[in-house]
Design a protein around this ligand. Structure first.
Ligand SMILES: [Cu+2]
Length: 141
């Protein structure tokens, strides 16, 4: 039977089409740490119809918290966020100047390496993403 050879090709095709139901996390990067803290950025896509919520984050390379940056009086501040709602069909972008995963007491990292970041959803559960360590200049040119 040729099925064994065909199945991985089919699975690969499904992944490439982004046809996965539910939550998808893409383009995950970790800004190269310049000190004990840095940030993780990614896009969360809710391919389903129902709202889900990010209720926690974890990482193998540091203590992780959800943060939001905001401008106040011309100065950039940030604050912890306890949860992030992602409506059905919605894309939420974690990016410089907005939502991010803060990594504290972060390990030494090298550009080009990947590290696992776990994003915990209320419904979808824990989703692991491999985040690529990237220079901040490349993330926020
Ligand atoms: Cu932060």
């Amino acid at each position: 039977m040729r099925w064994k050879a065909v199945l991985p090709a089919i699975l690969g095709l499904v992944a490439a089409c982004g046809a996965t139901p539910g939550i998808e996390i893409r383009a995950a990067v970790i800004a190269m740490p310049a000190g004990p803290a840095t940030a993780v950025y990614f896009e969360v896509v809710n391919n389903g119809d129902a709202t889900d919520r990010i209720i926690g984050v974890q990482s193998e390379v540091g203590r992780a918290e959800i943060h939001r940056s905001f401008l106040d009086g011309g100065l950039m501040h940030m604050e912890p966020v306890s949860e992030v709602s992602v409506a059905g069909g919605e894309v939420i972008v974690f990016e410089p100047g907005g939502l991010h995963v803060m990594l504290l007491d972060v390990d030494e990292l090298e550009i080009g390496q990947t590290a696992t970041v776990t994003v915990v959803f209320e419904v979808a559960g824990a989703i692991d993403v491999e985040a690529l360590v990237t220079s901040y200049a490349e993330i926020a040119p």
